[in-house]
Design a protein. Structure first.
Length: 282
Protein backbone atom coordinates (compact mmCIF):
# COMPACT_ATOMS: atom_id res chain seq x y z
CA UNK A 1 0.00 0.00 0.00
CA UNK A 2 0.95 3.60 -0.63
CA UNK A 3 -0.37 5.77 2.20
CA UNK A 4 -0.55 9.57 2.00
CA UNK A 5 -1.88 12.60 3.82
CA UNK A 6 -3.35 15.34 1.63
CA UNK A 7 -4.73 18.84 2.08
CA UNK A 8 -3.56 22.14 3.52
CA UNK A 9 -0.83 22.13 6.13
CA UNK A 10 -2.17 21.26 9.56
CA UNK A 11 -5.44 19.88 8.22
CA UNK A 12 -4.33 16.88 6.16
CA UNK A 13 -6.64 13.96 5.52
CA UNK A 14 -5.63 10.29 5.20
CA UNK A 15 -5.45 8.79 1.76
CA UNK A 16 -4.25 5.86 -0.31
CA UNK A 17 -2.77 5.65 -3.82
CA UNK A 18 -4.44 2.79 -5.64
CA UNK A 19 -2.93 0.49 -8.26
CA UNK A 20 -3.79 2.94 -11.03
CA UNK A 21 -2.11 5.85 -9.29
CA UNK A 22 -5.41 7.41 -8.20
CA UNK A 23 -5.65 9.17 -4.84
CA UNK A 24 -8.49 7.80 -2.70
CA UNK A 25 -9.80 9.12 0.59
CA UNK A 26 -9.40 6.97 3.73
CA UNK A 27 -11.30 9.24 6.12
CA UNK A 28 -14.13 6.71 6.55
CA UNK A 29 -11.61 4.04 7.57
CA UNK A 30 -9.07 5.92 9.75
CA UNK A 31 -8.91 9.44 11.16
CA UNK A 32 -5.31 9.91 10.10
CA UNK A 33 -2.17 8.00 9.11
CA UNK A 34 -0.72 7.52 12.61
CA UNK A 35 1.75 5.12 14.21
CA UNK A 36 -1.23 3.02 15.34
CA UNK A 37 -2.30 2.60 11.70
CA UNK A 38 1.17 1.17 10.96
CA UNK A 39 0.90 -1.50 13.65
CA UNK A 40 0.38 -5.09 12.48
CA UNK A 41 -3.29 -4.86 13.49
CA UNK A 42 -3.72 -1.47 11.81
CA UNK A 43 -2.19 -2.61 8.53
CA UNK A 44 -4.27 -5.79 8.58
CA UNK A 45 -7.38 -3.63 8.85
CA UNK A 46 -6.29 -1.48 5.91
CA UNK A 47 -5.55 -4.50 3.74
CA UNK A 48 -9.15 -5.64 4.22
CA UNK A 49 -10.49 -2.39 2.75
CA UNK A 50 -12.18 -2.64 -0.66
CA UNK A 51 -10.11 -0.01 -2.42
CA UNK A 52 -12.39 0.48 -5.48
CA UNK A 53 -15.17 1.58 -3.11
CA UNK A 54 -13.10 4.34 -1.52
CA UNK A 55 -13.96 7.89 -2.69
CA UNK A 56 -11.71 9.32 -5.39
CA UNK A 57 -10.03 12.62 -4.49
CA UNK A 58 -10.40 15.04 -7.38
CA UNK A 59 -7.82 17.55 -8.50
CA UNK A 60 -4.22 17.72 -7.34
CA UNK A 61 -4.25 18.54 -3.64
CA UNK A 62 -1.12 19.32 -1.68
CA UNK A 63 0.55 16.30 -0.11
CA UNK A 64 1.80 16.61 3.46
CA UNK A 65 4.18 14.45 5.44
CA UNK A 66 2.56 11.01 5.03
CA UNK A 67 2.74 10.18 8.75
CA UNK A 68 1.18 12.13 11.60
CA UNK A 69 2.80 11.90 15.01
CA UNK A 70 6.38 11.08 14.04
CA UNK A 71 8.11 10.35 17.35
CA UNK A 72 11.76 10.90 16.46
CA UNK A 73 13.97 10.96 13.41
CA UNK A 74 17.18 9.02 13.99
CA UNK A 75 19.58 9.80 11.16
CA UNK A 76 22.79 8.14 10.01
CA UNK A 77 25.83 9.91 8.60
CA UNK A 78 28.61 8.63 6.30
CA UNK A 79 26.70 5.46 5.41
CA UNK A 80 27.58 5.13 1.71
CA UNK A 81 31.03 4.14 0.54
CA UNK A 82 31.09 6.71 -2.29
CA UNK A 83 29.89 9.53 -0.04
CA UNK A 84 32.65 8.76 2.48
CA UNK A 85 35.21 9.05 -0.33
CA UNK A 86 33.88 12.36 -1.65
CA UNK A 87 34.04 14.06 1.76
CA UNK A 88 37.41 12.50 2.66
CA UNK A 89 36.19 10.33 5.53
CA UNK A 90 37.18 6.79 6.45
CA UNK A 91 34.39 4.23 6.60
CA UNK A 92 33.02 4.25 10.14
CA UNK A 93 33.39 1.18 12.34
CA UNK A 94 30.03 1.94 13.96
CA UNK A 95 27.07 3.88 12.55
CA UNK A 96 27.35 7.66 12.89
CA UNK A 97 24.12 8.64 14.67
CA UNK A 98 22.38 11.97 15.18
CA UNK A 99 18.84 13.18 15.82
CA UNK A 100 16.93 15.39 13.43
CA UNK A 101 14.28 17.55 15.14
CA UNK A 102 10.66 16.73 14.28
CA UNK A 103 9.98 20.49 13.99
CA UNK A 104 11.90 20.28 10.70
CA UNK A 105 9.30 17.99 9.08
CA UNK A 106 8.03 19.30 5.75
CA UNK A 107 5.75 18.17 2.94
CA UNK A 108 7.25 16.39 -0.07
CA UNK A 109 6.64 19.31 -2.44
CA UNK A 110 6.70 22.24 -0.03
CA UNK A 111 9.39 24.95 -0.26
CA UNK A 112 12.70 24.44 1.54
CA UNK A 113 13.45 27.65 3.42
CA UNK A 114 17.07 28.76 3.82
CA UNK A 115 17.52 30.23 7.32
CA UNK A 116 18.82 33.72 7.91
CA UNK A 117 22.64 33.84 7.91
CA UNK A 118 22.79 30.43 6.17
CA UNK A 119 25.22 30.22 3.25
CA UNK A 120 25.93 26.47 2.87
CA UNK A 121 22.55 24.86 2.27
CA UNK A 122 22.72 21.27 1.02
CA UNK A 123 20.53 18.31 0.04
CA UNK A 124 20.73 14.58 0.84
CA UNK A 125 18.37 12.02 -0.67
CA UNK A 126 17.80 9.23 1.85
CA UNK A 127 15.83 6.03 2.35
CA UNK A 128 13.91 6.19 5.63
CA UNK A 129 12.61 3.11 7.44
CA UNK A 130 9.39 3.67 9.39
CA UNK A 131 9.06 1.66 12.59
CA UNK A 132 5.77 -0.17 13.13
CA UNK A 133 6.61 -2.34 16.16
CA UNK A 134 8.71 -1.28 19.14
CA UNK A 135 12.32 -2.44 18.82
CA UNK A 136 14.42 -3.01 21.93
CA UNK A 137 17.68 -4.97 21.64
CA UNK A 138 16.54 -6.86 18.55
CA UNK A 139 18.94 -8.95 16.50
CA UNK A 140 19.59 -8.42 12.81
CA UNK A 141 17.61 -11.50 11.78
CA UNK A 142 14.44 -9.99 13.26
CA UNK A 143 15.13 -6.31 12.69
CA UNK A 144 13.21 -5.81 9.44
CA UNK A 145 10.13 -7.29 11.10
CA UNK A 146 9.92 -4.04 13.08
CA UNK A 147 9.81 -1.92 9.90
CA UNK A 148 6.28 -1.17 8.73
CA UNK A 149 7.06 1.02 5.73
CA UNK A 150 9.67 2.96 3.78
CA UNK A 151 9.73 6.47 2.40
CA UNK A 152 11.96 9.15 0.91
CA UNK A 153 13.45 11.77 3.23
CA UNK A 154 15.52 14.75 2.11
CA UNK A 155 18.04 15.33 4.91
CA UNK A 156 18.41 19.04 4.18
CA UNK A 157 21.57 20.35 5.84
CA UNK A 158 23.25 23.68 6.56
CA UNK A 159 26.95 22.77 6.50
CA UNK A 160 28.25 25.86 8.29
CA UNK A 161 25.80 25.30 11.16
CA UNK A 162 26.71 21.61 11.13
CA UNK A 163 30.50 21.79 10.92
CA UNK A 164 31.84 25.21 11.84
CA UNK A 165 30.23 26.00 15.19
CA UNK A 166 31.12 22.93 17.27
CA UNK A 167 28.76 20.98 19.47
CA UNK A 168 27.51 18.26 17.15
CA UNK A 169 25.59 17.67 13.96
CA UNK A 170 21.93 18.10 14.94
CA UNK A 171 21.87 21.91 14.78
CA UNK A 172 22.83 21.85 11.10
CA UNK A 173 20.04 19.40 10.30
CA UNK A 174 17.00 20.69 12.17
CA UNK A 175 15.87 24.09 10.88
CA UNK A 176 12.24 24.46 9.84
CA UNK A 177 11.52 22.66 6.51
CA UNK A 178 14.76 20.62 6.71
CA UNK A 179 13.00 17.20 6.68
CA UNK A 180 10.74 16.84 3.65
CA UNK A 181 9.15 13.38 3.88
CA UNK A 182 7.11 11.50 1.29
CA UNK A 183 5.31 11.71 -1.05
CA UNK A 184 3.91 8.54 0.51
CA UNK A 185 4.68 5.64 2.82
CA UNK A 186 5.10 2.34 1.01
CA UNK A 187 4.37 -0.62 3.23
CA UNK A 188 7.29 -2.98 3.71
CA UNK A 189 5.57 -5.87 1.92
CA UNK A 190 5.95 -3.93 -1.35
CA UNK A 191 9.72 -3.50 -0.99
CA UNK A 192 11.29 -6.89 -1.68
CA UNK A 193 14.79 -5.74 -0.78
CA UNK A 194 15.54 -2.33 0.79
CA UNK A 195 19.17 -2.81 -0.29
CA UNK A 196 18.31 -2.83 -3.99
CA UNK A 197 16.85 0.64 -4.57
CA UNK A 198 18.23 3.36 -6.85
CA UNK A 199 18.06 6.92 -5.50
CA UNK A 200 18.85 10.26 -7.12
CA UNK A 201 18.83 14.06 -6.87
CA UNK A 202 18.74 16.78 -9.51
CA UNK A 203 19.25 20.51 -8.96
CA UNK A 204 17.73 22.75 -11.64
CA UNK A 205 17.50 19.66 -13.85
CA UNK A 206 21.17 18.67 -13.44
CA UNK A 207 21.79 15.20 -12.01
CA UNK A 208 23.81 15.52 -8.81
CA UNK A 209 23.24 12.23 -6.96
CA UNK A 210 22.72 8.78 -8.46
CA UNK A 211 23.34 5.85 -6.15
CA UNK A 212 22.01 2.58 -4.85
CA UNK A 213 21.12 1.41 -1.36
CA UNK A 214 23.30 -1.66 -1.97
CA UNK A 215 26.28 0.63 -1.31
CA UNK A 216 25.31 1.32 2.31
CA UNK A 217 28.06 0.62 4.82
CA UNK A 218 25.41 -0.53 7.33
CA UNK A 219 22.21 -1.94 5.75
CA UNK A 220 18.77 -1.20 7.16
CA UNK A 221 18.53 -4.41 9.21
CA UNK A 222 21.87 -3.70 10.86
CA UNK A 223 20.94 -0.09 11.62
CA UNK A 224 17.66 -1.06 13.30
CA UNK A 225 19.38 -3.72 15.38
CA UNK A 226 22.27 -1.44 16.31
CA UNK A 227 20.10 1.51 17.32
CA UNK A 228 17.79 -0.71 19.37
CA UNK A 229 20.73 -1.53 21.67
CA UNK A 230 20.99 2.10 22.78
CA UNK A 231 17.44 3.48 22.51
CA UNK A 232 13.96 2.12 22.01
CA UNK A 233 12.62 2.56 18.50
CA UNK A 234 8.89 3.17 18.82
CA UNK A 235 6.07 2.95 16.28
CA UNK A 236 6.17 6.09 14.20
CA UNK A 237 9.92 6.64 14.54
CA UNK A 238 11.97 7.08 11.37
CA UNK A 239 15.46 5.80 10.72
CA UNK A 240 16.98 7.88 7.92
CA UNK A 241 19.78 5.79 6.48
CA UNK A 242 22.29 8.17 4.91
CA UNK A 243 22.99 9.50 1.44
CA UNK A 244 25.14 8.54 -1.57
CA UNK A 245 27.78 10.70 -3.23
CA UNK A 246 26.92 13.90 -5.05
CA UNK A 247 26.01 16.30 -2.25
CA UNK A 248 26.85 19.95 -2.77
CA UNK A 249 29.40 19.93 0.03
CA UNK A 250 31.35 17.14 -1.67
CA UNK A 251 31.85 19.01 -4.96
CA UNK A 252 35.12 20.82 -5.74
CA UNK A 253 34.39 23.66 -5.30
CA UNK A 254 31.26 23.08 -3.17
CA UNK A 255 27.92 23.71 -4.86
CA UNK A 256 25.44 24.83 -2.24
CA UNK A 257 21.77 25.59 -2.79
CA UNK A 258 20.59 29.18 -3.20
CA UNK A 259 17.11 30.71 -3.26
CA UNK A 260 15.42 30.02 -6.57
CA UNK A 261 16.96 26.56 -7.00
CA UNK A 262 14.68 23.61 -7.68
CA UNK A 263 15.61 20.30 -6.06
CA UNK A 264 14.04 17.04 -7.23
CA UNK A 265 14.66 13.62 -5.69
CA UNK A 266 13.43 10.08 -6.13
CA UNK A 267 13.84 6.51 -4.92
CA UNK A 268 12.71 3.41 -6.84
CA UNK A 269 9.17 2.51 -5.81
CA UNK A 270 8.95 5.32 -3.25
CA UNK A 271 8.05 8.27 -5.45
CA UNK A 272 9.57 11.70 -6.01
CA UNK A 273 9.84 15.06 -4.27
CA UNK A 274 10.19 18.54 -5.73
CA UNK A 275 11.16 21.66 -3.75
CA UNK A 276 11.77 25.30 -4.52
CA UNK A 277 14.40 26.90 -2.30
CA UNK A 278 13.30 30.17 -0.70
CA UNK A 279 14.89 32.58 1.79
CA UNK A 280 13.71 33.21 5.35
CA UNK A 281 13.29 36.96 5.79
CA UNK A 282 12.60 37.20 9.52
Amino acid sequence: MKLVRYGRAGAEKPGLIDGEGVLRDLSRVVKDITPEVLSPAGLKRLRAVKVPKLPVVRGRPRLGCPLAGVGKIVAIGINYTDHAREVGRELPKDPVVFIKATSSINGPHDPVVRPRDAVKLDYEVELAAVIGRAARSVDEARALGHVAAYCLLNDVSEREFQMEHGGGTTKGKSADTFAPIGPWLVTADEIADPQALALWTTVNGERRQHGSTRDMVFPVRQLVAYLSRFLTLLPGDLVSTGTPAGVGHGARPPRYLVPGDTVEQGIDGLGQQRHRVTQRRA
